[in-house]
Design a binder for this molecule. Structure first.
Ligand SMILES: Nc1ncnc2c1ncn2[C@@H]1O[C@H](COP(=O)(O)OP(=O)(O)OP(=O)(O)O)[C@@H](O)[C@H]1O
Ligand SMILES: CCCCCCCCCCCCC/C=C/[C@@H](O)[C@H](CO)NC(=O)CCCCC
Ligand SMILES: [Ca+2]
Length: 596
């Protein structure tokens, strides 16, 4: 066996075949040798993707089994096992059992692999704080963690402190208030709502520690060092899907173990001079706000509540008035219609790191971050007024299983911008076409009533004369339905329903008179939809902020570039996954994985 700082090499056996195995700073590879010592095919595993090495013949699935033979060792590593249902690559645990000519040689291999991991894959977490929402998604969070994730963490030598939540916001409050010394990252087992708790906890705590206020709408925020990991176990799991490419607990656990690091833009939403919430995937008014508000009434349906409420709200065919002002991002850098995809190692995001944190090193991030705002003139605010079916702002593609390319397929995870999508009022068929294109590869922006802008900031105001219209007013108007309907039957028995008289007039199948609909108490199930849609439609919708209803209608949003970091690497393009930036000599530290 030759050993120097970079290379270990010897003959090893896998089963009854002989191999030449070599370990360098970057790869563990083994090449089959035929009887005449001629080399056949080579398997290479990146050191950065080795999960662990154990003495003996070890299996961990379906349960841990160790056969302690003194010349054997088992190597565990990331194995790419196809595409899954998403855009990204599914990972599983690869395992190869090697036999050495002597015990001594076996010990040297095991020691050298462990040393290589420490030296050449230093960003791995050692200690994690894990929050499990036992009620998220299909309520399988605890089972997913204990059966699929915990054994992998154990194999990789990660110790985890597990908190099974007993109430909403427990994870956020824990991160904000408790001692986190020794933790390298926080992990949620749940859906987008749980991720949002961790996001708020991590950003809030980082600002507290930096002595910064989160309430100033034009204030600068300190980027967060504590990484966030997501084990998907929720209803939509949009953040996981858009940053990993698949919703798969094992794939996500492996990204966490190897310490992948994906920066993420975050949008801060303010009302006047107070922070309302942070968002990464959707700040949406109109359709997406209405779907969320309606879905909250059907939580018992589980993940299906969004499909049900989506259909209902589509049939209601609502639109809302307002003014959207926005600050455009530099159009020379990228465009929401440039048909590119933000993939692992994305050039646009890498260049944004240099722009957002010029000359950055880990100690001077805050002062560098200041330059984001002080060096640049803000540019000119644009303004669009009118009636909209929906207004959406997303800092990333927001792809999810329902929409594999997402709300904005060319959006970037870490470029310091968001995409603003304005869908003007249109007929029901037009809006259906827009929605349907989210499920295909057809361009949803190539419609005359849709516009999309890459922006740094957005403000929304109601039309003059529309009173405050805060979210509770929306709630009231929804609750008034029955009384209003009763009145309609008594006073105007032949008055057409709102949709029949609405200007689009496109939902003729729903058209009915108040008398035909009947008094609320006497309605048949088939009348339900008219009950939902035919009361006076609210003039004001609500904002959906990553699955939470905001308590204000007039808001301002600002994108904070690369404010947090996830244990992820963006969506891997299978072709580029091989040989991409596992070696920082290739990227010269410039790619998004190695730049900080
Ligand atoms: N123990 C708990 N009891 C009740 N609610 C909780 C608990 N733990 C977390 N929550 C809240 O439940 C909400 C939904 O959780 P989660 O995101 O995990 O699941 P989900 O069903 O996928 O929902 P979403 O639609 O937000 O993706 C979160 O906003 C979180 O704050
Ligand atoms: C004819 C077929 C029509 C199909 C239409 C599909 C359109 C899909 C667009 C997907 C947009 C996802 C945006 C992400 C939102 C999440 O932050 C949030 C929290 O999980 N989810 C919702 O609010 C849940 C709200 C989901 C609304 C659909
Ligand atoms: Ca972005």
């Amino acid at each position: 066996m030759e050993i120097n700082t970079l290379k270990v090499e010897s003959s090893l056996w896998i089963g009854n075949k002989r191999y030449r195995a070599a370990l360098s700073a970057w790869y563990f590879s083994w090449t089959e040798l035929d009887k005449k010592n001629r080399e056949k095919k080579t398997v290479s595993v990146r050191v950065s993707e080795v999960i662990g090495v154990e003495d003996g013949r070890v299996e961990i699935q379906p349960q841990k089994k160790v056969e302690d033979t003194d010349r054997d060792f088992t190597l565990f590593y990331v194995k790419r096992s196809g595409r899954g249902s998403g855009q990204g690559v599914l990972w599983s645990l690869g395992r190869t059992q090697f036999s050495c000519p002597s015990r001594d040689l076996r010990d040297q291999w095991v020691t050298q692999v462990r040393t290589a991991l420490k030296t050449h894959s230093p960003a791995r977490p050692h200690r994690l704080l894990v929050f499990i929402n036992p009620f998220g998604g299909k309520r399988r969070g605890k089972q997913i963690f204990h059966s699929l994730v915990a054994p992998l963490f154990e194999l990789a030598g990660i110790s985890s402190h597990v908190v099974v939540t007993e109430r909403a916001n427990q994870a956020r409050d824990h991160i904000l208030k408790k001692d986190l010394t020794g933790f390298d990252g926080v992990v949620c087992v749940g859906g987008d709502g749980m991720f949002s708790e961790l996001l708020h906890g991590v950003i809030g705590r980082t600002q507290q520690e930096a002595g910064l206020s989160e309430h100033d709408p034009s204030g600068v925020l300190q980027p967060c060092d504590l990484h966030i990991g997501i084990i998907p176990a929720g209803s939509t799991d949009c953040v996981c899907f858009a940053t990993v490419g698949v919703n798969d607990p094992v794939t996500s656990a492996l990204h966490i173990i190897i310490g992948d690091s994906q920066p993420l833009d975050v949008c801060a939403v303010h009302h006047q001079s107070s922070l309302v919430r942070y968002s990464v995937s959707l700040v949406g008014y109109g359709f997406y706000g209405d779907v969320l508000a309606e879905s909250e009434r059907h939580r018992w349906m589980g993940p299906l509540r969004y499909d049900y409420s989506g259909c209902m709200m589509y049939l209601c065919n609502r639109s809302y008035q307002g003014t959207v002002q926005f600050l455009l991002a530099d159009p020379g850098l990228s465009s929401p219609r440039d048909k590119t995809r933000c993939l692992s190692g994305c050039r646009v995001c890498s260049e944004s790191t240099e722009r957002l944190f010029p000359l950055s090193d880990s100690c001077s991030l805050y002062s560098d971050k200041l330059s984001q705002y002080s060096d640049q003139s803000e540019g000119e605010w644009m303004s669009v007024s009118g009636r909209f079916k929906c207004i959406s702002l997303t800092c990333m593609s927001s792809s999810c299983p329902k929409s594999p390319l997402g709300l904005s397929p060319s959006a970037h995870l870490a470029d310091g911008t968001g995409d603003l999508i304005l869908v003007r009022d249109t007929n029901a068929l037009g809006f259906l076409t827009y929605l349907h294109r989210h499920t295909t590869s057809q361009d949803q922006f190539d419609l005359p009533f849709v516009e999309v802008h890459r922006v740094k900031a957005v403000k929304f105001t109601l039309p003059p004369g529309e009173d405050s219209g805060e979210a509770e007013k929306y709630e009231r108007s929804e609750q008034n339905t029955e009384e209003e309907e009763e009145e309609a039957v008594m006073e105007h028995p032949d008055k057409p329903c709102v949709h029949e008289s609405s200007k689009s007039g496109s939902l003729q199948h729903l058209a009915c008179t108040a008398k035909e609909r009947g008094a609320p108490g006497k309605r048949k199930t088939s009348d339900f939809l008219c009950g939902l849609c035919c009361s006076k439609p609210p003039a004001v919708s609500v904002w959906n902020c990553d699955g939470e209803i905001l308590p204000h209608t007039e808001i301002s949003c600002r994108v904070h570039g690369q404010l947090v970091r996830l244990y992820a690497r963006g969506i891997e393009d299978e072709a580029r996954a091989v040989g991409l930036c596992e070696d920082s000599r290739d990227c010269k530290g410039k790619c998004v994985l190695h730049s900080r």
